[in-house]
Design a protein around this ligand. Sequence first.
Ligand SMILES: Cc1cc2nc3c(=O)[nH]c(=O)nc-3n(C[C@H](O)[C@H](O)[C@H](O)COP(=O)(O)O)c2cc1C
Length: 204
Amino acid sequence: MITGMDIVVAITGASGALYAQRLIQGLVVAGVGVHLVVSPYGRRLLHDELGMETIDLAALAGTDQHSIRLYNYNDVGCELASGSFRHDGMVIVPCSSNTLGEVAHGLGANLIARAAAVALKERRRLVLCHREMPPSPIDLENYVTLTRAGAIVAPANPGFYLNPTTVGEIVDFVAGKLMDLVNVPHHLDTRWDPHNKRPPMSLA
Ligand SMILES: Cc1cc2nc3c(=O)[nH]c(=O)nc-3n(C[C@H](O)[C@H](O)[C@H](O)COP(=O)(O)O)c2cc1C
């Protein structure tokens, strides 16, 4: 698949690094140029959940790491911080409550918040894959604010109706949903098919 698209991906300090890894892999397979920003707590997440001492673009991409460009979180003067940089959408995954709040309130002191603010002002697709349980009343107010501003809040909330048997299948469900939301074609197993029922799940 060669889409010729460009997608901004931001990783923040909320649990769920595998969602980001699978999304990036899917984007690279689809021929999408990935513009990556990682917050300081996002880096810690990559360390704690994926064992990365530094940001490992090869591991995040799965295959062609040359499709990924990493940006400095503190550089609010780079291309991504400007509306003149053309792209096809931005996904924040996983998205912490902190970043959710920053974006909902139009802040721009770091490149993730600034790029998201730019996406909103330019009326580009912005997807926030929030991870917190339960969401606080402030998170819920921020959901409404962001939705009214044109963003899509897509909580990390896997369905189980495809009867997954591995963690990878559960992760694929969320990553595939995110790819749908930025209109990137994929072959991840996310589609309900009443004629293709898999065996019931078991905790054993
Ligand atoms: C191991 C770890 C897990 C965390 N998980 C979450 C989480 O799931 N959701 C959340 O909103 N914050 C979580 N936090 C807290 C955020 O990382 C913290 O609020 C931080 O300021 C977020 O900064 P950022 O949005 O710039 O990445 C976690 C922190 C740590 C260290």
